[in-house]
Design a protein around this ligand. Structure first.
Ligand code: GLN
Length: 483
């Protein structure tokens, strides 16, 4: 029996447990859909390894029954290192890089029985909001192939939305889980900074980077998080906290609506969010108007901090130890310069240049230190707000999925800050290290609208509980693009 393109993890688990289907059949049908898809979601498909793992899963299921994620297909964003499977970060720099080890998230999901079908496309080094910065070409939005899927985790989001996988991993530095989830009409969770190990995740901005799950329901996000999270001695910033419980805490809560986020918001998105807020009120939560006064500085602060960290993290790509190496260098300087010139795309170079500038003597105080001060104020805004409310409801994006080429040009002639402004609603929670998710809450112009929910640090249980309750009342998460 086939489970069909839009089965949730919960449904796949049930079908495996009842022996209505097998892990091999489930892997096969998803691999067939991947092969037929022209959305460019995948950089690498691991068909043989996936089918071998599925056969092992079937043997285990017949002996011990289904448990955990045993037999559930997943895809990993190509930012997670996978031993023996190339990990490109969608960059020419790493186009042939085969890591010697697995990321902790990859190990954990494999240990829970999940079957990796492949590695998903993304913006190069996770820098971008449209997936147009990939060395492997853009990804199409399954709702409308002329539109972007969002970024940087565009391949993961589009693959879930198109029914190519029921779940995928992704990373979020300034919105790269929430924004593509919103654009593709799926559910995506950025956990609290530190809840999920960053070991083996190619670094972009280390004080912001956080891995998390994408799926078709909040209940599936909870299950995936449980199999991804946990303290990791290999990541010194990973937190040692209580695991996420399976049974949601369903208490009524106060939901903060930050006025700043509604100011100037597209009325069609505002309408969908107001309707969603009304549903949340109907199920017993209270709506409270709040203010996050420094929100307007978040994008500027984020792009200084993230680029500064990127400029230092990406200094390791020197053409010597690994990654792209220029041919016939005249001397060592030429080797460095040409390897980096050839290996990195335009947006990555721009981040390295601006980040290096912001960190240089004479500009450090004016840019980097100032951005860090703003970051503290933004974080404090949230901590103050969470004295009065339990969760915050906000837009995930300023618009629905925009057209390919609208904010970027192949010759790099468009103003890059127009793309950066797409992140206005997602970067504040990133700067504050808070958990936040995006779930579908409407459709306008034939495209999904995302609702963002933000919780206090390590408040994932409460965050997911509200998302699960919302999805019991509504069916936006069950809407799918035309096949
Ligand atoms: N769009 C943002 C950027 O380009 C966020 C990227 C991310 O979260 N990885 O930096």
């Amino acid at each position: 029996m086939t489970v069909g393109p839009f089965a949730t993890i919960a449904e796949i688990r049930a079908a495996l447990a009842s022996k209505a289907t097998s892990a091999t059949e489930v892997a096969r049908e998803h691999l067939d859909r991947i092969a037929r898809s022209d959305l460019n979601c995948f950089v690498t498909v691991c068909e043989d390894a996936a089918l071998a793992a599925a056969r092992e899963a079937d043997a285990l299921i017949s002996r011990e029954g289904q448990s955990g994620l045993l037999g559930v297909p997943v895809a990993h964003k190509d930012v997670f290192c996978t031993a023996a499977v190339r990990t490109t970060c969608a960059s020419r720099m790493l186009a042939d890089f085969v890591p010697p080890y697995d990321a902790t998230v990859v190990t954990k999901l494999r240990d829970s029985g999940a079957i990796m079908l492949g590695k998903t496309n993304m913006d190069e080094f996770a820098m971008g909001s449209s997936n147009e910065n990939s060395y492997f070409g853009p990804v199409s939005n399954p709702w409308n192939p002329l539109r972007v899927p969002g970024g940087s985790s565009g391949g993961s989001a589009a693959a879930v939305a198109a029914g190519l996988v029921p779940a995928a991993t992704a990373t979020d530095t300034g919105g790269s889980i929430r924004q593509p989830a919103a654009f593709c009409g799926i559910s995506g969770l950025k956990p609290t900074y530190g809840r999920v190990s960053r070991y083996g995740m190619v670094a972009f901005a280390s004080s912001l980077d956080q891995g998390g799950p994408m799926a078709r329901s909040a209940a599936d996000l909870r299950l995936l998080l449980q199999h991804m999270e946990g303290h990791d001695p290999l990541d010194s910033t990973s937190a040692d906290v209580e695991p996420t419980p399976s049974a949601a805490d369903g208490e009524a809560s106060r939901i903060g609506i930050p006025g700043e986020y509604w100011c100037g918001l597209d009325p069609r998105l505002a309408g969908a969010l107001d309707d969603a807020a009304a549903v949340i009120e109907q199920i017993g939560h209270r709506r409270v108007d709040i203010s996050l006064p420094h929100s307007g500085y978040a994008t500027a602060a984020y792009y200084v901090v993230a680029s500064a960290e990127a400029s230092t993290n990406l200094s390791r790509y020197d053409g010597v130890r690994f990654g792209h190496r220029a041919q016939m260098p005249a001397d060592l300087d030429d080797l460095y310069a040409r390897s980096r010139t050839e290996g990195f795309g335009a947006e990555v170079k721009r981040r390295i240049l601006t980040g290096t500038y912001a960190l240089s003597i004479g500009y450090y105080d004016a840019y980097y230190r100032k951005a860090q001060r703003l970051r503290r104020l933004i974080r404090q805004d949230f901590l103050d707000a969470f004295n009065d409310v339990d969760l915050i409801l906000a837009p995930a994006t300023p618009s629905t999925a925009f057209e390919k080429g609208a904010l970027s040009a192949p010759d790099d002639t468009k103003d890059p800050t127009a793309m950066y402004e797409q992140d206005v609603y997602t970067v504040p929670a990133s700067l504050a290290g808070l958990p936040a998710l995006s779930i579908p809450c409407g459709i306008t112009g034939g495209l999904p609208v995302g609702m963002q929910l933000i919780a206090p640090h390590f408040g994932e249980d409460r965050l997911l509980a509200l998302a699960e309750a919302f999805q019991r009342e509504t069916d936006w998460h069950q809407r799918t693009p035309r096949p």
